[in-house]
Design a binder for this molecule. Sequence first.
Ligand SMILES: Cc1cc2nc3c(=O)[nH]c(=O)nc-3n(C[C@H](O)[C@H](O)[C@H](O)COP(=O)(O)O)c2cc1C
Length: 273
Amino acid sequence: MSDSDKGESKINKDSLGYIVFMAVAVCLVCSIIVSTAAVALKPQQQINKALDIKQNILRAAGLLPEDSNKSPDGRSIDDLFSQFEVLAVELDTGKVLSDYAVADYDPIKAARDPALSRNLTGDEDVAVLGRRENVSLVYLLANEAGQTEKVVIPVRGYGLWGTLYGYLALSGDASSTLGLGFYDQKETPGLGGEVVNPKWKAQWAGVKVYDESGTPSVALVKSRSASGSPAAEYEVDALSGATLTTRGVENLVNFWTGELGFGPYLNKLRTSS
Ligand SMILES: Cc1cc2nc3c(=O)[nH]c(=O)nc-3n(C[C@H](O)[C@H](O)[C@H](O)COP(=O)(O)O)c2cc1C
């Protein structure tokens, strides 16, 4: 048999059918590998997501350094987080819902479900959320005497390029902030992205939240009021060159501490202390 006869009996690798077959086969194999990896890695992704949430709550509350995932005294994230009591709160009333499956509850997911959330009208929706969940979570840290020392609430709102997701830590009487941190945001690094700069974040320790009438009054300003003046107590420096992100952060803080956010719940802490 000549070489050309041998070639004819084999598959013609230059034929259109062969090329299409190989392309489909390669796509199929790749998609099986990617799908298998996605399914296999899902549990680990969920563990990492839960760990990330805990780290962000701990960071906002000042229990974890900005630049490390380890506590200075070597305690694990789970150990530190176990100090918090997690409560489900009905936002409209501020009522704590006992026996709620808080470990499985995702307020952001709930906000997408019309049965578990409410629509926000244009005037109400200063944080540009569209919908707001009916129930959310609060994280309470008590001191040795059993008094609430820190309250951490999840917050979110629109900046310039997208929604910023984070946690706001408040004093036990909910009168002032202890820290604010965002774990997910799309603002421009160096401009709006400075929301994650530890130096800017440091200003959030001790900002007064409510004015005399109980209205959330945190203000992000380009030039601060005279130090020691009443207005200065509510102020945080604006992000330079990022007016829209700045406005978004101010709006989201005042939204989530207000009547349509955790206001009814936080009001109980303020009046009971
Ligand atoms: C490439 C680019 C990225 C920007 N990113 C942001 C941003 O992340 N946040 C923001 O508020 N403004 C951002 N801006 C600026 C806004 O478009 C707008 O000019 C600014 O908010 C005005 O702020 P100023 O009054 O402090 O200058 C960006 C502009 C450009 C050109």
